[in-house]
Design a protein around this ligand. Sequence first.
Ligand code: ATP
Length: 955
Amino acid sequence: MSAPEDPSLCDVSEVVRRLASDGERGLTAALAAERLRRDGANALRVMPPRAAWRRMLAQLADPLVYLLLAAAGVALVAWFVEGRQGWPTDAIVVALVVVLNALLGYLQEAKAANAVAALARMTAVSSTVVRDGVPSRIAAAGLVCGDLLLLAEGDAVGADARLLRCASLRVQESSLTGESEAVQKDVATLAQAATPGDRLCMVFKGTAVVQGTGTAIVTATGMASEMGRIASLLDATEEAPTPLQREIAYIGRALGMAAVLISALVVAVILLISDLRSLADVIHVLLLGVSLAVAAVPEGLPAIISVVLALGVLRMARRHAIVKNLASVETLGSTSVIAADKTGTLTRAQMTIVRVLTPSGATTVSGVGYTPQGEFLAGEVPLPATGNLRDEQAAVIGGGCLAGNARLQQAEDLHWAIQGDPTEAAFLVAERKLAGVAAGGVKDVAEDTAAGTVTGRDSPEALRQQRFSRIGELPFTSDRKMMSTLNADHAQGDARVLVCKGAPDVLLLRCTRLRLGTTMVALDETWRQRLLADLATLSEAALRTLAVAYRTLAEDEALNEAAEQRLVFLGMVGIIDPPRHEVAAAVREAHGAGIRVIMITGDHPRTALRIATDLGIVAAGSPVLTGVAMDALDAQALAVAVRHTSVFARVAPRNKLRIVAALQAAGEVVAMTGDGVNDAPALKAADIGIAMGVTGTEVTREAARMILADDNFATIVDAVREGRGVLDNIRKFLRYLLSSNLGEVLTVFLGVVGAGVIGLASPDAVTGGVVVLPLLAAQILWINLVTDAGPALAMGVDPIAGDVMARRPRRRDERVIDARMWFGVVEIGVVMALTSLLTLDIFLPGGLVEGTGDLVLARTACFTVLVFAQLFNCFNARSEDVSAFAQPFSNRWLWATVAASVLLQMAVVHLPVLNVAFGTTPLSLGQWGVCVAMASVVLGFSELRKAVNRWRHAR
Ligand code: ATP
């Protein structure tokens, strides 16, 4: 089998035959599996990812690392020249540190990349195929030639395919042809070869169905598709840096330069004022300078940030919010407005008709959900089996069913489920209630009911289908807010009946008569006012409203929108769509977090306002802006209106784009939901476009930055909380890393440059000169390795602080590190440096402890204090105001990394081999005690600072 060279030139049956498929049942699962093996996945090929060793090497591509390696190289040469005494420890330590750092960076990068890849799998495009006669949804990557593809509005076309059947099928092909107008498809075979844009009987991979339905047979997949032909190998997309990552990169560069300058200064001072005797000493000092620069530059930061963002993304996915890229995690954290669709997101989209209003009166319908159990009550009594009211009610409900495509089924477990649009399914349920076919646990079995004996064959659907055959359809769109079907009425000589259902205010404009009992009456102004009053009562009761109307079309009248005029009004229904129970609390939480919630709906303004009020989105009597009213406003007027309007009703998708633009112009960071294909532009424009995972279309899923796996508003608020938590955690480890690094730099800098001035240290030096080196190069590198990445990563997964949703949203232009945070960083850095240097002094001759004059011991103590001060600082850095003792045990990772660091430090102090490598010497218990006490000063200082902060806030 093989697809014809150009399937658009072959007859459909020929295409099906050549592909050994079946136009009704599709391929067998076995054949599809075999073809998938043969042809490979239906995906555009991408450049092979970079090899692991290349990525590992890339970690070393840093000028400071080059410098470090160069210095180590020189040290090695010097050791060689000077007669190879002992081990070239400096060179070995530097090499080890470089390798370990690269390994850590590599692992973090891989972790972040894995998270992104996992998300790509979660957001993969899917298609509906028929295999073995059964339709199912599969990942588009699994499509093979010969597969029978079912297309519906909002689908992304998964592969190139020849159309077998289609109805009002329009496809947006701009990704392939550049043509922005959607193309109307047609199954007719072409007479001559044409460009893809003109092959109307084909659909192509990567395009989107914007209207109608179709069935097509796959003719080309993957790189053989038109899209594959124009796209040569694609670069495996690496994510562009997020704004936060850019800011951090900038800070990193600035710090790098400062660190290099300071290090150069330190080296210069030592070289100038000390009396270095040998080349080895000079190299030693140079190595110190480079190590200091390496330690001071937070080179691990970008990798840690990617990991923390990626972990945040995975946590969000677990909570049903699938975020497509890392940048969105940040944006979510700054969201200041959530604009949500009402139906399905704020409400359950579980529609039940509860009121039916017809010209002769009204009924209430009991029962909720899709189980057709309940009855029609006129006042307190059941609706009579005959009479005007009954006829009218039956006409509205029956008409509503005729003008819809949903299906109602009872599963094996007797549970009733629907397929298709819930609003349409509500009519089917009401139809059964009216006919008196109660669920009764058995499907379509004869039962005595008020309406007489109804047998399985006589179920209301069956009766309807016997009497009417569908001729055509004008589909529902959120723009039109109505839909129509054209049906041949076999009971009336195949008369062509156009049945319309839609928003009552829209439909009423198209009606000129109404049906009262069995007679037609002119729909005059009095009737119109009465019906509008009816509509108002339904809307005010928070009911979704729909009207039904009809007309018989003449033989020669075409089915188009012009035919939806001069209709006969039958009546209207009020549908209850209960709010999701979690929403009210989520709205409160959003409000508490300074986030505005906006409801956008196609529903009637009164219904919208009532539900918005019930959910706490707005206060009763708040303004509501309709789509039509919006159209009359220019951009400026709209900008003013969006400031105090939070309910938008009877909105068409194009209005949504303007709402987003107006909000963004006012500086808001907007998260907006959407489900229909026309929502895609607004979703693209929003800062966070949110698509519905359950009811949404494939096209919106592609346009969105986040997908709600459960369609639930509360999940958006959860995601915002998670986003804020991630930003909060990033700030925590920034605070930690920056203050700790500053502590190291200042220790060396002040030790070398300032010691003489303040007279802290006694004259001694690495080689007996006048400058004390508080730390050796190897020790600096050790601190960098042991206390940087581990605790910072652990802080990145800190539990979300209880008050993140009590703060206002972060402004779009707000810096991650603000002035207050810089101030705190400097304070802690200074305290760390002073305590470390003080320890050095204490242990040197004339100092408080022992005063042995043993420089190695003093340095070991100073080194240990600096490491421990950083470990104490982990707990400080978790908040600017909250005490480290508030919830000390809530992060076990932090404790684990701290414990590991403590053990490593004990090893470096007590293991002889490490003593040699790192220039340390064992400490006694008392000396340890002094070190820990000195290191804890930083904790005490920070606690004091926080207490002052809290006291200031409280005032
Ligand atoms: P949203 O999802 O944006 O909150 P919505 O789902 O209420 O809004 P639409 O689906 O655009 O908005 O519906 C708008 C109006 O169109 C409804 O109030 C109803 O009167 C009418 N309507 C909805 N669904 C159908 C349908 N399947 N057929 C006919 N009319 C419909």
